[in-house]
Design a protein around this ligand. Structure first.
Ligand SMILES: C[S@@+](CC[C@H](N)C(=O)[O-])C[C@H]1O[C@@H](n2cnc3c(N)ncnc32)[C@H](O)[C@@H]1O
Length: 214
């Protein structure tokens, strides 16, 4: 399956969207969590793939601040787009900001965008320091970790995930290496994996891959 943009904004531009989907397809999970939903484009692509592979028998959980207050401001790196919804394409700016007057990173907008999968999805608004504990992590097989990018938030997210995810689950973390490396993110992942004697692999010159084998 090819990754589609749906004329919205995404964190996964070409070729990473396609690589991400192909990787997800190989792992073939039924229950997926995305930490950091942004405008819902990766969410929609994940749901389309899961629906194709498992018919209606899948679940997607998406966590994001969706405009609410975060608990940590130190080193937090956020997409610039979130400040004023500024598009490089002027037509998108007119369409979303002046005609629809729609904030693409809102819970309402993403819920509407994922409406065809409403029976399979759960979107949760708030800081992951609180929201990660509100979803059934024990049933998740695959996590795309792409939320808060501070050392503290990545470390906190990994701690919660590692305690509660089941055996044989997979975590793919964005912004880990090469041109995409965010030093707070890579340091948090490396320190966490070292402390917990976990192996961390590199994927597509961008992501970190962690497998929880017990
Ligand atoms: C890089 S974007 C995610 C991109 C998305 N995964 C995609 O593929 O399009 C990061 C998102 O994480 C959210 N975020 C940042 N800090 C967060 C936190 N502490 N808790 C929950 N979400 C957070 C932001 O609101 C933003 O939408």
């Amino acid at each position: 399956m090819k990754y589609k943009n749906y004329w919205r904004k995404t964190g996964l531009k070409k070729p990473f969207g396609d690589q991400f989907l192909s990787f997800l397809n190989d792992i073939n999970p039924k229950n997926v969590l995305e930490v950091g939903v942004f405008c819902g484009v990766t969410a929609r692509n994940i749901c389309e793939l899961l629906n194709k592979n498992h018919k209606n028998d899948f679940s997607y959980f998406g966590l994001d601040l969706f405009g609410s207050e975060k608990q940590n401001n130190i080193d937090e790196i956020e997409p610039k787009f979130l400040n004023n919804q500024n598009f490089s394409n002027p037509l998108k700016k007119i369409y979303y900001n002046y005609i629809l007057k729609e904030n693409l990173n809102s819970l309402e907008s993403v819920s509407k965008f994922l409406k065809k999968f409403s029976n399979n999805i759960q979107l949760v608004k708030g800081d992951t320091k609180e929201t990660l504990n509100k979803i059934p992590l024990e049933k998740i097989n695959f996590v795309f970790l792409d939320g808060g990018h501070s050392y503290e938030t990545v470390n906190s997210d990994l701690n919660i995930l590692m305690q509660k995810l089941p055996k044989n689950s997979h975590i793919l973390c964005d912004d880990y290496c090469e041109n995409f490396e965010i030093i707070e993110v890579s340091s948090a992942i490396n320190d966490f994996c070292k402390k917990n004697t976990l192996k961390v692999g590199k994927k597509f010159n961008r992501f970190a891959y962690i497998f929880k084998d017990q």
